[in-house]
Design a protein around this ligand. Structure first.
Ligand SMILES: [Zn+2]
Length: 453
C-alpha cells in the first residue's frame, strides 16, 4: 500500500514535469531482479469483433445496445449515435469532440536510480465498431469505447449548449491501457532491483496527452469495490471529461494540472501528514469541478454513484456526508487537518477520511458549491454556467494568489465562486446568505466585506 501511494505520487510528479520525460525507455541489463508490487493482475479486454464484414452503416440511424450501470442497476440499453461517427471508426472529425479511440496501448513511466524519468508509449490500435454487431457484449473493447464515446459526446453537447463560446479541443480515448510505473531501487553491476506498479481499476485524464484512459480492472478490485465496471458508470466518464473542461479553461495560468486515477479508493486508506500545498488545493478544486460538471451534465437517471458502495456517498455531489458521517463542509476539522497539519489523534482506522486525497477535499468543494448554488435558486443550467465562469475567473486571479498561503488560495477561490453565483442569479449578499456561507466554510463571511456591514 505504501508503495502504491508513492507510485501515485510519482505519476503525478511526472505529469507535472513534462520536460523531463523522454521518448525512450533506457536499455536494461538482461538479468535484472524484478520485484512486483502490483495490486493485482489486470484483466485486459478482448475485442468483440476483429474483422468487420462491413465498413458502413446501412442508414443514418446508428444504434448500439450497451451495458450500463444506471440508478444502482445493471441495464442493457439501446443508445443512439447518430452523427457521432466517421463511418465505423470511433472518432468524430465533424463534431471535433473525439479525435480517435484506441485500445491496447502500453505506457511505461520509468525512473532510474539517478532520479531521471522516462516515458515510453507503444502499441495501440484504432477501435472500429462493426455495423453487424448491434448488441455490444460486456467486458469488450467495444463496450468501453462506445460507452466512453456516448457520454463524452453527451457531456460536451450539454456544456456547449449552455456555453456556446467555450473552446474544447478534441481528445483521444485510450481503452484497456496497460499502464506501468517502474522505479529502480538498487543497482549492483548489471543487477537491478525494480518496483513495478501496474495500474488497475481506474480511469484518468492526462492533460499533457489530452487523453482519457481506462485501465483494466483486476480480480481483487472486482471482489471489493468495483463489482461494477467503472466504464459502465456514466458519471465516471463524464467526470473525466470534466477534467478536460477544467484544463481547457484554466491551463494558461502556467501551472500544469495533474490528476491520475480518479477512482483509487486505496487513497482513503493512506495517511499523509504533510500540509496541503497550493497545488493540492488546485487539484482538489479540479476534482470537485469534474464531479460537479459530471453530475449536472447528465440526465437525472444517469448521474451519481447509486449502488457503487465505495463511491456512493463520497462522490455523489448532492450527498452532504462522507461514509463516516463527517459533514462535507470546510469546517473546523477538515480545515485544521489540511492547513495546520495532521496528527495521529486525527486518525482512527474505522472512521478516517483522508482529506489529503484531492477527491475527498474535491467532494467537499462539489457539495458546498451545490448547496450554495441551490440556496441561491440556480437551476441546473445556471449551475453549470456558474462553475464554467468560476474556472475562468480562477484563471484570472491565479497569478495573484499562487504565492499566497494554500488556505488563502482556497478561501479566495471559494469567494470567487460565490461572487459569480450571485451575479448570475441576480442576488446580493445579505445576513442570511452570509450565514449560509459560514455553514459551508467556517468563518468565511468574516473575509467578505459585504458580509461585515
Ligand atoms: Zn478526477
Amino acid at each position: 500500500m505504501h508503495y502504491l501511494f508513492l507510485a501515485i505520487t510519482f505519476l503525478g510528479f511526472l505529469a507535472s514535469c513534462g520536460k523531463r520525460i523522454t521518448e525512450t525507455t533506457p536499455k536494461l541489463a538482461d538479468n535484472f531482479i524484478f520485484q512486483d508490487l502490483t495490486t493485482g493482475d489486470p484483466i485486459f479486454l478482448e475485442k468483440q469483433n476483429t474483422s468487420c464484414s462491413r465498413y458502413d452503416f446501412d442508414s443514418e440511424s446508428i444504434n448500439f445496445k450497451l451495458h450500463l450501470f444506471l440508478s444502482g442497476r445493471d441495464e442493457y440499453v439501446m443508445k443512439n449515435f447518430d452523427g457521432s461517427f466517421n463511418r465505423t471508426l470511433l472518432k468524430n472529425s465533424f463534431l471535433q469532440i473525439i479525435s480517435e479511440t484506441v485500445y491496447g496501448e502500453e505506457h511505461i513511466y520509468y525512473r532510474n536510480l539517478a532520479g531521471q524519468t522516462f516515458f515510453s508509449q507503444k502499441g495501440g490500435k484504432v477501435v472500429d465498431v462493426c455495423p453487424e454487431d448491434e448488441e455490444i457484449r460486456k467486458n469488450t473493447i467495444e463496450s468501453v469505447a462506445l460507452n466512453a464515446n456516448h457520454y463524452i459526446v453527451e457531456t460536451y453537447q450539454k456544456i456547449k449548449k449552455i456555453d456556446p463560446s467555450i473552446s474544447l479541443k478534441p481528445l483521444k480515448i485510450s481503452v484497456s491501457l496497460s499502464l506501468k510505473e517502474i522505479t529502480e531501487v538498487t543497482r549492483t553491476g548489471n543487477k537491478i532491483d525494480r518496483v513495478v506498479m501496474t495500474y488497475i481499476n481506474n480511469a484518468f485524464y492526462n492533460p499533457l496527452l489530452q487523453t482519457i484512459s481506462f485501465v483494466p480492472h483486476g480480480e481483487e478490485g472486482k471482489k471489493s469495490c468495483f463489482t461494477t465496471n467503472l466504464w459502465e458508470i456514466p458519471s465516471v466518464i463524464s467526470h473525466e471529461y470534466g477534467h478536460h473542461v477544467f484544463n481547457s479553461l484554466f491551463k494558461e495560468s502556467g501551472l500544469l494540472i495533474n490528476n491520475q486515477g480518479c477512482y483509487d479508493d486505496t487513497f482513503s486508506e493512506s495517511k499523509n501528514a504533510s500540509e496541503a500545498s497550493v497545488n493540492f488545493v488546485i487539484n482538489s478544486l479540479n476534482e470537485g469541478f469534474a464531479d460537479f460538471i459530471s453530475h449536472y451534465a447528465l440526465p437525472e437517471n444517469e448521474r451519481g454513484f447509486k449502488g457503487v458502495t465505495c463511491l456512493e456517498s463520497v462522490r455523489t455531489v448532492t450527498s452532504g456526508f462522507f461514509p463516516n458521517n463527517n459533514k462535507k463542509i470546510f469546517g473546523e476539522k477538515s480545515l485544521s487537518i489540511l492547513f495546520n497539519g495532521f496528527t495521529e489523534a486525527d486518525y482512527s482506522p474505522l472512521t478516517y477520511i483522508n482529506y489529503f486525497d484531492p477527491h475527498i477535499t474535491g467532494a467537499i468543494f462539489a457539495y458546498t458549491s451545490h448547496d450554495i448554488l441551490s440556496y441561491l435558486g440556480a437551476d441546473e443550467k445556471q449551475k453549470i454556467k456558474i462553475m464554467l465562469d468560476w474556472a475562468r475567473r480562477l484563471k484570472l486571479i491565479h497569478s495573484s494568489l499562487k504565492n499566497e498561503k494554500p488556505r488563502h488560495y482556497l478561501e479566495q477561490a471559494f469567494i470567487e465562486m460565490i461572487k459569480v453565483a450571485l451575479a448570475q442569479t441576480n442576488r446580493n449578499f445579505d445576513v442570511e446568505f452570509c450565514h449560509k456561507i459560514d455553514e459551508n466554510f467556517l468563518d468565511l463571511s468574516a473575509k467578505i466585506s459585504q458580509c461585515s456591514i
